[in-house]
Design a protein around this ligand. Structure first.
Ligand SMILES: CC(=O)N[C@@H](CCC[C@H](N)C(=O)O)C(=O)O
Length: 370
């Protein structure tokens, strides 16, 4: 029997960024090898893995997706199994998602169900996005599921709890990268330079009015700059600044509204600061929109188990799983992991007691839809 706590800790030590999940893929493959039988077929897709388990009397294929990448965050938990990869951390719980998928896979192999199951270990959820190219791949389409679901850890929910809602669960997103190019020089001669620290700082503040003045107050949108870089030394004026952020909206079309406002501000700043500004929107994710019938069936099934069900509110998090739900019926739910620090925090430390709850919720969901 797989030791899920050990697996989670092993995976936690080796976080890798999107499409660089080489060690993670190796680790997953060797674990799958330990439990594989002749019912099981394994297919690699880039740094991800697809595992197909043939059912006893299959009428359809049920998919479960687990994302496998880490984040460019330096871990600060002091855990004995902290990240061994400098500047990388499983700060979004994907180590939990993978472990729960493996634990469920083991159970489905040991006690096969009627329908086929597809376990999707998907790379690059945090960026640049693995779900969309995977959906279009021949590897995925060979075993294309008839329905698919996924979970995400929720630090604010107690262990033993799951949560979901019909309709919109996660937002539409777009990454945002802005490069400001001006003219550097001595700190004492600002009049001879085009100072990109001042331009970029002012841009961050100006952008905060986009949502409040352009989005219907009854709808939601977020513009966040998570990273700001400028200059080399305290006594020189910076000729290059870079802002990295993300746009989130409740409605798909509102992403365009925000982008077009950003472009207007860019144009004004190029004139006002006599500089050039390059805009790159990086990866864009479609909203996670849950099918009502699946969520209701899931809710009823959970209520008949020891796990607690809570109705969720929509969140402004993003997920490229939204692309899968755009094409394939299904849903996503939150799994409580009771942690004091939230997702994307360097001190995130989910409670490992949630691993067994996750496996139970996933196996019950597969059985419920089979
Ligand atoms: C669940 C979660 O935290 N997902 C990420 C997805 C990132 C999408 C992309 N890199 C972006 O920032 O727009 C999130 O940050 O919500």
């Amino acid at each position: 029997m797989l030791n899920l706590q050990q697996i989670r800790r092993d995976l936690h030590r080796i976080p890798e960024l999107g499409f660089q999940e080489i060690k993670t893929q190796q680790y997953l493959l060797s674990t799958i090898d330990q439990i594989k039988t002749d019912r099981v077929s394994v297919q690699l897709w880039k740094t991800g893995i697809l595992v197909f388990v043939a059912g006893r009397e299959p009428e359809k294929t049920i998919g479960f997706r687990a994302d496998i990448d880490g984040l460019p965050i330096t871990e600060n938990t002091n855990l004995p199994f902290s990240s061994e990869h400098s500047g990388r951390m499983h700060a979004c719980g994907h180590d939990f998602h993978m472990t729960i998928a493996l634990g469920t896979l083991e159970q489905v192999i040991e006690q096969p169900i009627n329908d086929n199951c597809l376990f999707v270990f998907q790379p690059a959820e945090e960026g640049p996005g693995g779900a969309l190219p995977l959906l279009q791949s021949s590897e995925f389409n060979k075993w294309r599921p008839d329905l698919i679901f996924a979970l995400h850890v929720a630090p604010e929910l107690p262990v033993g709890t799951v949560s979901s809602k019909p309709g919109l669960l996660f937002a539409n997103t777009s990454e945002l990268f802005l490069d400001f190019i001006g003219k550097g020089g001595h700190a004492a001669y600002p009049h001879l330079t085009k100072d990109m620290t001042v331009a970029a700082s002012s841009f961050v503040v100006q952008m905060q009015q986009i949502v409040s003045r352009n989005i219907n107050p009854l709808e939601s949108a977020v513009v966040t700059i998570g990273k700001m870089e400028s200059g080399f030394v305290q006594n020189a004026i910076s000729e290059h600044a870079r802002l990295e952020g993300t746009i989130r909206t409740q409605h798909p079309q509102a992403i365009q509204t925000v982008k077009s406002q950003i472009e207007k501000i860019v144009h004004g700043f190029e004139i006002a600061y006599d500089c050039s500004i390059q805009v790159d929107y990086g990866a864009n994710y479609y909203q996670v929109y849950n099918e009502t019938a699946f969520v209701n069936q899931f809710k009823d099934m959970i209520k008949s188990s020891k796990i607690t069900y809570k109705d969720a509110a929509a969140a402004m998090t993003g997920e490229d799983f939204g692309y899968m739900l755009k094409d394939i019926p299904g849903f996503m739910f939150w799994l409580g992991v009771n942690a004091s620090f939230g997702l994307h925090h360097a001190q995130l430390n989910p409670d490992e007691a949630a691993l067994d709850v996750g496996v139970e919720a996933v196996i019950r969901t597969i059985q419920c839809f089979s």
